[in-house]
Design a protein around this ligand. Structure first.
Ligand SMILES: [Fe+2]
Ligand SMILES: [Fe+2]
Length: 558
């Protein structure tokens, strides 16, 4: 690869961005790259980051220079985003947008900031995404109050409001985007948005349609009428627009199924969606995106009819498929549906800690969620959650052996031990990572402060997921697994931990050191891991728990 030229010659910079783009042209999705391709990509992307940082810190760049390199840079960053490196694309788009904005290149800045906002939104960095999209909007409005690029910006803001459940704002932004689309001729829309006007119109109408479906789902069955009527009208318009677009029509059939489901015509919905799934499996180009969506809807149909085992089967299919899609939003939708169905299944049977309510099917779907997590989180590696679960239980048994009375204490005592809770708490301690973007979990370049905060949020996300299921004691345990005795842990910096929280914290630290990772680092020896825990015993980790772990490991075969 060409080094970044020291001079400010736009031709050299353009060719630098283009040649990198060329080398990534046929790259597979980041998740599918082999080790060599992944490492090459990482080093090249670091090079692009350094180049952009160098430009950003160069005083007195002239507008003409930036205007010449901006398109090549934009295509490069879009490519990064397309193959799953949404984190790096987000940071670089933000940097490029600021650079262009500072130099008064409003039109190019609006595009870059809008892309940054879109990436941020898809990564669930909602506050920052909102600020970036507001800046993009301001830049575009400075150029022209009816600039065609505003079609995209209003739509991005609409989706952000949609994701953050600000329904009225979402609708108003979608409608602004549609009004502008009406204003512009076909050729100009194609030039600015790089898609035919009918496709963009279809997309915007579909966004509005989704909005009505979500609102309908959130209303009580008796109050859904107006939302469903609006959704049906929009669907008819989408169909009319898509007469020669078979893919759009296949999406429309899935929407028909969802409308039937929300109307309470569950059996009809089930029939339609099952037939649609069979049709898609014959090899439709829409299959990769649509099959998981149809499985999710069928899971809802089965749950509605009380066929929980089949509902779980559909959830499993949807979860499996969602792993291959670089969209944390979509993963979240599938995980939420799964948790919702699980909660419906177990709540009526719950007593005490709630764990007795779990039958074999419920436990299996929880295991599926954990397996999905272990495949998604390459850093912590295969088997990590299951290893933490096993070791937490062993530690619990050992600690109970030390002072058997502990097992008889009430559940709110800090020294209380419950083996079932420990085993499941160990298994689910990192479950909140299902809500963290893949590209952040596996980022090998140093994390920024905001990325640290997002990564750390897996603790509260996990707690919230378990509370949603009604497992309050389990949630408390999971919420403590990164706390440390000196208060330097997170999320609360608590100095007093329950004994069970301390068990999972020590086990997690130990297993993270000794479990083989999918990439980057070799596992450490048990002796070296124990040595590190001993060094931090009393400061970070509960001394009795560290001692018990040491005893267990000493008794294990070499
Ligand atoms: Fe964790
Ligand atoms: Fe962990």
């Amino acid at each position: 690869m060409n080094p970044v030229p020291g001079s400010l010659d736009p031709r050299a910079w353009r060719s630098f961005f283009r040649s990198t783009l060329w080398s990534w042209r046929d790259s597979p999705q980041l998740r599918a790259m082999d080790q060599g391709a992944f490492e090459r990509y990482q080093s090249e992307s670091r090079f692009v980051q350094d180049a952009l940082a160098a430009l950003s810190s160069t005083p007195r760049l002239d507008q003409a220079f930036l205007a010449q390199i901006a398109p090549a840079l934009e295509r490069l960053l879009q490519r990064m985003n397309q193959f799953g490196d949404d984190i790096t694309a987000f940071i670089l788009f933000k940097q490029a947008g600021s650079l262009l904005e500072d130099h008064g290149l409003d039109e190019a800045a609006a595009r870059a900031l809008q892309w940054a906002g879109r990436c941020g939104r898809d990564l669930r960095y909602y506050d920052e995404a909102q600020m970036l999209l507001d800046r993009a909007l301001a830049c575009a409005l400075r150029v022209d109050l009816h600039h065609p690029h505003l079609i995209e910006i209003y739509s991005s803001i609409g989706l952000l409001c949609h994701f953050t459940r600000r329904w009225d704002e979402a609708e108003s932004n979608y409608r602004k985007s549609l009004a502008l689309l009406d204003l512009w001729p076909q050729a100009e829309v194609l030039r600015q948005c790089r898609l035919p006007k009918s496709r963009i119109l279809g997309n915007r109408l579909t966004n509005l349609l989704d909005l009505h479906l979500v609102r309908a789902q959130q209303s009580s069955p008796g109050a859904r009428g107006p939302e469903l009527m609006a959704a049906k009208n929009l669907l008819a318009r989408v169909r009319a627009l898509s007469a020669d677009d078979p893919i759009a029509l296949e999406f429309a059939t899935a929407d028909d199924g969802e409308i039937l489901l929300l109307e309470g015509r569950v059996e009809e919905a089930g029939g339609l969606l099952t037939a649609h799934l069979d049709h898609l499996a014959l090899g439709s180009p829409a299959a990769p995106r649509l099959i998981p969506a149809v499985h999710r809807l069928l899971a809802m149909v089965c749950a509605e009819e009380g066929r929980i085992r089949e509902a779980y089967d559909h959830c499993r299919e949807a979860l499996e498929e969602s792993l291959h899609r670089p969209s944390v939003y979509w993963e979240g939708v599938v995980v939420d549906t799964t948790l919702d169905i699980l909660s419906r299944s177990i709540r009526p049977r719950m007593t005490g800690t709630g764990l007795d309510a779990l039958n074999a099917d419920d436990r299996q779907i929880l295991n599926n969620l954990v397996l999905m997590l272990e495949r998604k989180d390459w850093y912590t590696g295969n088997n990590h959650s299951r290893a933490v679960s096993r070791m937490s239980r062993m530690l619990g048994e050992r600690l109970m052996g030390d002072s058997p009375s502990q097992c008889e204490r009430p559940g709110d005592s800090p020294d209380y031990l419950d083996l079932q809770l420990l085993e499941l708490g160990g298994l689910l301690h990192d479950i909140g990572k299902l809500r963290i973007p893949w590209s952040l979990l596996n980022k090998s370049n140093p994390l920024t402060p905001i990325e640290h905060r997002i990564l750390e949020s897996h603790v509260s996300e996990g707690g919230a997921m378990l509370r949603q299921l009604g497992f309050v004691s389990l949630a408390r345990l999971v919420e403590e697994h990164h706390e440390k005795l000196d208060g330097s842990g997170y999320p609360l910096g608590r100095k007093r931990l329950s004994l069970m929280g301390a068990v999972v914290a020590v086990t997690d630290a130990y297993e993270a050191m000794v479990t083989p990772n999918r990439r980057y680092t070799a596992p450490r020896s048990r002796q070296s891991a124990i040595k590190e825990l001993e060094d931090c015993s009393g400061r970070f980790y509960h001394p009795r728990v560290v001692q018990a772990l040491e005893d267990i490991v000493a008794g294990q075969p070499p």
